[in-house]
Design a protein around this ligand. Sequence first.
Ligand code: APR
Ligand code: PHB
Length: 390
Amino acid sequence: MRTQVAIIGAGPAGLLLGQLLSRAGIDNVILERRSASYVLSRIRAGVLEQGMVDLLHEAGVGERLDREGLVHDGFALAFRGALHRVDLKELSGGKTVTIYGQTEVTHDLIDARQALGRPAIYEAEDVTLHDFNGASPRVTFRANGRTEELHCDFIAGCDGYHGVSRRSVPTDALHVFERVYPFGWLGLLVDRPPAAHELVYANHERGFALCSMRSAGRSRYYIQVPLAERVENWSDDAFFDELRRRLPAAVGDAVMTGPSLEKSIAPLRSFVAEPMRFGRLFLAGDAAHIVPPTGAKGLNLAASDVRYLFDALREHYRDRSDAGLDAYSARALARVWKAERFSWWMTNLLHRFPEKDGFGQRIQQAEFDYLTQSRAAGITIAENYVGLPY
Ligand code: APR
Ligand code: PHB
């Protein structure tokens, strides 16, 4: 087999890159370890920056997003019962975010690729990267019981945090930065209208809580839990009781309970692997970096990586220039680190950390007071939340 770009992973990064390349006439093959149904079963955040919305339109998959996406002009912070609305639109000079589940983004991209007649190769086993430091990289894998060899010009490692691409790089060529947080998020999905029309991030002495949504009829809630916590210990009723205790009364009273469609615990980490390029292998999305979900940046960083990588690959094939490819890692990392900073800052602002003297809680209260009293502080949180320029 031969293609121009071999893409490892059919998550948002891999599918979006594949869609953009195909529309630009650049041949590509996507290799995915799991089945399409498994990929679509993943419940992930869906707060889209304008840059990602624009990129999805450029990829030709913006139609359902326009129809079903919820445009939000702001969100609320809750501290010790007080609610403070961050007016994103006013503070960012007119920018907004769009609520549209990652599952829906993935669905639209899978459908679009199917329509191009070039579906991803699912359930590809033992994907192995070869010779990406040379001029003729290739990927071997097993599918339908046969071993295949895919020759290509470039490999895009879009296979997430647990993927094979980053692990294929010699450890002495990688510089890894990591922070693991001493708690997790217990999330619950329920087919009930959301407690508030915008997102509510709550800092409470019992721990963090978040009220989010997937649509006008489907809500997504989270509460901070200890790392050792197990989802089996939480009935739906226990979850809703704890959620309500952490929210201001006006919000808590509006929470509509119902049977959970999904309930799971996710750990929180900040992670960056540098650089994001190794010869003809380019990492994009979670394969190169992870953010705690507090800032809703994971999906949006996958999109900005794809923007930079697609532009660079198109420049290579169309303009016979490698300037974009040579600049990719530094350019992507500059935006990644700003989003890592913001996600780390939001996580420190809103969660209960183990401490002896309450100093951290005083700092959190001072941050909140500063945010509510300073327009400059409001502009800062708003311009980061809607997404810094690409
Ligand atoms: N071979 C082929 N595919 C693989 C392999 C492998 N060895 N390892 C992992 N994969 C696949 C996974 O099954 C997954 O479908 O790569 C895909 C990676 O997708 P994501 O983990 O969703 O990563 P990405 O596309 O970068 O999207 C980032 O996903 O995890 C969330 O919060 C994150 O919203 C962000 C988004
Ligand atoms: C979600 O809806 O899953 C969500 C929203 C905002 C976040 C994190 C998760 O910051």
